[in-house]
Write a protein that binds this ligand. Structure first.
Ligand code: 13P
Length: 247
């Protein structure tokens, strides 16, 4: 049985002071071990968030890092810094990083390799644009994203990776994929993992859905066979996140 993993991606929202306030509103009612609960906060909030979450089961992640160990990379943060500050997960390949910050498949592969090398648990995002969805070529596109990201990743490392399927057309738009649409792709991603590794990895790896998840649709989405939880944007900044976690 795969344990569900429900992560709130705060994106570029909340100062450390505001993070403290939000966490104090959410933490008691999100403190469960029925599912893995994760707050994926801006890097500058990690230390404060880690302090606020002490004694709870809620885990912390960041939204980005750089693949080198250390050095002259102005503006970047390393895996070691993230771990030392108290987070253990990192999102890699979010469509906003791919689109706005021009991160390509090669960069995402380097980050996935580095996350495993330095001991961060990655959440690897994939997902198609509206154009590809309408063209009907979205599966081939997503297969390409997964194959490229997992190059040189061992079976053990693959098992320690979470994949998030986030169709770009459903992010921040209020237009959620139907649970059948989301399930279709999550199942396909699992199939792709099976082809890259084997059945046992495919059965164990956790695949989230992301894109306008809210308290009203979480139960139906997370009830699907191949959807192992969600990567939640906007609704993770509100008390609504409590209802998503306790779907
Ligand atoms: P929304 O839930 O705001 O659509 O964002 C989804 C997302 O991008 C999570 O990473």
């Amino acid at each position: 049985m795969r344990k569900k993993i429900i992560a709130g991606n705060w994106k570029m929202n909340k100062t450390p002071t505001e993070a403290k306030e939000l966490i104090s509103k959410l933490k008691d009612k999100c403190n469960t071990d029925k599912v893995d609960v994760l707050f994926v906060v801006p890097s500058i909030d990690v230390t404060t968030a880690a302090e606020c979450l002490k004694g709870t089961k809620i885990k912390l992640g960041t939204q980005n890092f750089y693949f080198e160990e250390k050095g002259a990379y102005t503006g970047e943060i390393s895996a070691k810094m993230i771990l030392d500050a108290g987070a253990e997960y990192v999102i890699i390949g979010h469509s906003e990083r791919r689109g706005i910050f021009k991160e390509d498949d090669a960069m995402i592969n380097k980050k996935l390799i580095a996350a495993h090398k330095f001991g961060l648990k990655p959440i690897l995002c994939c997902g198609e644009s509206l154009e590809l969805r309408e063209k009907g070529t979205y599966k081939a596109f997503i297969e390409g994203q997964i194959k490229s990201a997992f190059e040189s990743i061992s079976k053990e490392q693959a098992l320690n990776t979470v994949i998030a399927y986030e169709p770009i057309w459903a992010i921040g738009t209020g237009k959620t994929a139907t649970s059948d649409e989301a399930e279709e792709v999550c199942k396909f991603v699992r199939e792709t993992v099976k082809n890259l590794y084997d059945e046992s990895v495919a059965n164990e790896i956790r695949i989230q859905y992301g894109g306008s998840v809210n308290a009203g649709n979480a139960k139906e989405l997370f009830g699907k066979e191949d959807i192992d939880g969600g990567l939640v944007g906007g609704a993770s900044l509100k008390e609504e996140f409590i209802n998503i976690v306790n779907y």
